[in-house]
Design a protein around this ligand. Structure first.
Ligand SMILES: *Cc1c(COP(=O)(O)O)cnc(C)c1O
Length: 396
C-alpha cells in the first residue's frame, strides 16, 4: 500500500504544460526564435573566486594528507563561521554557529522541516506560493490555509482569521517579486509570539534586496529568534543551482511548551533528523560557498546580481511605459505582471507565445490568487531580455 496522501497532490503540470505548448508551437513554426522569460534558473556562470576554491578543494581530494571523507553533520566550521560573521553579525544579529545547519539547498530543507511537526498542526501559506511548502504538507496529510496576496492588499498576506500553528513566508517572494518591510514583517513575528506559532522564513532571494527598509533576515525583527526558522540558499545568490549548497537557521530559543518540559529544542530535533537522514553537503560545495564570503567573492557575486537586477529594471521600465501594471522586480529577480483586461493567465501566455514568441509563466500555476497575472524572470541574458521587450511592445 502506498501513502494515499500522494493521490491528493495536484498534478504539478505547470512547467510541463508550458513545455508542451512551446514544443507544439515550435513544431508548427520551426523558424520561430523563442525567448524564455519564464525560467526560474540562473544563466550566468559561477564567479572566479568560486571556481578557484573548487579547483583547490579538488586538488586536496587527490592527496591522502588532505583528502576529506564524511564531514561534520551540521557542516564544516569554516563555512558556518563565515555564515555567522557575514550574514548575521555584520547585520547586528547574534547567532551561534550551532544554530546553522549547512544543507544541499533550500528546497530539501523547506520540504523536509515539516517532518518535525505533528500531523495535526494547522499550516498557512500565501497564495500564490512556491509549491514545495504545499506539496510537502499534503504528502504528510495536512490541510492548508491559504492567505491570498493580490494587488488589493499590496501582496502582503493578512493575518489569518483563525489560529494557525505554522506560517510559511518567502520574502523577497517567488513568484510575485514583492517584499515585506520591517513593519510588515514585525506584524507576523508578533502574531507568532502571541499565538505560539512557528514561522518558516524562506530567504532564498535575500541577496537581491536593494531597499533599506526590507530585512535580509527575519532575525532583524525583535523576537524572531523565539519563533522563526530561516532557510537560505546559494542557488540564486551565487549561481549554485547545479553545485548545491544552502543552510538553515534553527535558533536554540525556538521551543514549544512541550519541548521546554522535555528540556529539548527544535534545534536538537533538527540535528537528530539531519544526522539520521542526511550525510552532509560535499566538501567541494562548502569550500565553494565559503569563497563567496571573501572580498573578491563578494564583489563578483554582486556584479552578477547587478546584471540580473539591471534586466529587472529594464523590464519594469519598458512594461510600465507599455501600460502594464507591474509589481516586484525592485528587490527580486521576478516581475509579476497584471494581464490585460478580458484575458487570463493562460490566455496571455498564449498571446505572448504566438504573437511575440516570448515565454512567460502563468500566475495561476502558483495558486488561485495568481489568476490574472504572469511571472517574468530577470535571469535571462541581456540581449534576449531587450529583444523580448521589443517584441512585447508590438503586441499593442
Ligand atoms: C530557488 C528557490 C529556492 C532555492 O532552492 P535550492 O534547493 O536551494 O536550489 C528556495 N526557495 C524558493 C522560493 C526558490 O525560488
Amino acid at each position: 500500500m502506498i501513502n494515499e496522501n500522494y493521490q491528493k497532490l495536484s498534478e504539478s503540470y505547470l512547467f510541463s504544460e508550458i513545455a508542451r505548448k512551446v514544443k507544439a508551437y515550435k513544431e508548427e513554426h520551426p523558424k520561430a526564435d523563442i525567448i524564455s522569460l519564464g525560467i526560474g534558473d540562473v544563466t550566468q556562470p559561477l564567479c572566479p573566486a568560486v571556481i578557484e576554491a573548487l579547483h583547490k578543494a579538488t586538488d586536496e581530494m587527490a592527496c591522502s594528507a588532505t583528502f576529506r571523507g564524511y564531514g561534520p553533520e551540521r557542516g564544516y566550521d569554516f563555512l558556518r563561521n563565515a555564515i555567522v560573521q557575514n550574514d548575521f553579525q555584520a547585520r547586528g544579529i547574534e547567532m551561534d554557529a550551532d544554530e546553522i545547519f549547512v544543507s544541499d539547498g533550500a528546497k530539501s530543507d523547506t520540504g523536509n522541516f515539516q517532518e518535525l511537526l505533528s500531523k495535526d498542526v494547522r499550516i498557512a501559506v500565501t497564495d500564490p506560493v512556491y509549491p514545495v511548502y504545499v506539496d510537502s504538507n499534503i504528502m504528510a496529510g495536512r490541510e492548508i490555509v491559504y492567505l491570498p496576496c493580490k494587488a488589493e492588499n499590496d501582496f502582503a498576506p493578512e493575518l489569518p482569521a483563525e489560529h494557525v500553528d505554522v506560517i510559511y513566508l518567502c520574502y523577497p517572494n517567488n513568484p510575485t517579486g514583492t517584499t515585506l518591510n520591517r513593519v510588515q514583517l514585525k506584524k507576523w513575528v508578533d502574531y507568532a509570539l502571541k499565538e505560539g506559532a512557528l514561522i518558516f522564513y524562506d530567504a532564498a532571494y535575500e541577496a537581491y534586496i536593494q531597499s533599506d527598509d526590507v530585512p535580509h533576515s527575519i532575525y532583524e525583527v525583535e523576537g524572531a529568534k523565539q519563533c522563526a526558522v530561516e532557510f537560505h540558499s546559494y542557488s540564486k545568490t551565487a549561481g549554485f543551482t547545479g553545485i548545491r549548497c544552502g543552510y538553515t537557521v534553527v535558533p536554540k530559543e525556538v521551543k514549544s511548551e512541550e519541548l521546554r518540559v522535555r528540556n529539548s529544542s527544535l534545534n536538537q530535533l533538527w540535528n537528530r533528523r539531519q544526522s539520521t537522514k542526511f550525510n552532509g553537503t560535499s566538501y567541494l560545495s562548502q569550500r565553494a560557498a565559503e569563497a563567496i564570503y571573501t572580498p573578491d567573492g563578494k564583489a563578483q557575486i554582486q556584479a552578477t546580481i547587478c546584471y540580473y537586477m539591471e534586466n529587472a529594471r529594464l523590464m519594469r521600465e519598458a512594461l510600465t511605459v507599455m501600460g502594464f501594471m507591474v509589481y516586484g522586480g525592485v528587490d527580486a529577480p521576478y516581475l509579476w505582471v497584471k494581464v490585460p483586461e478580458g484575458t487570463t493567465s493562460w490566455g496571455f501566455f498564449e498571446e505572448m507565445l504566438h504573437k511575440a514568441n516570448v515565454v512567460c509563466t502563468p500566475g495561476v500555476g502558483f495558486g488561485n490568487a495568481g489568476e490574472g497575472y504572469v511571472r517574468l524572470t530577470a535571469f535571462g541574458r541581456r540581449e534576449q531580455t531587450v529583444e523580448a521587450l521589443k517584441r512585447i511592445k508590438t503586441l499593442g
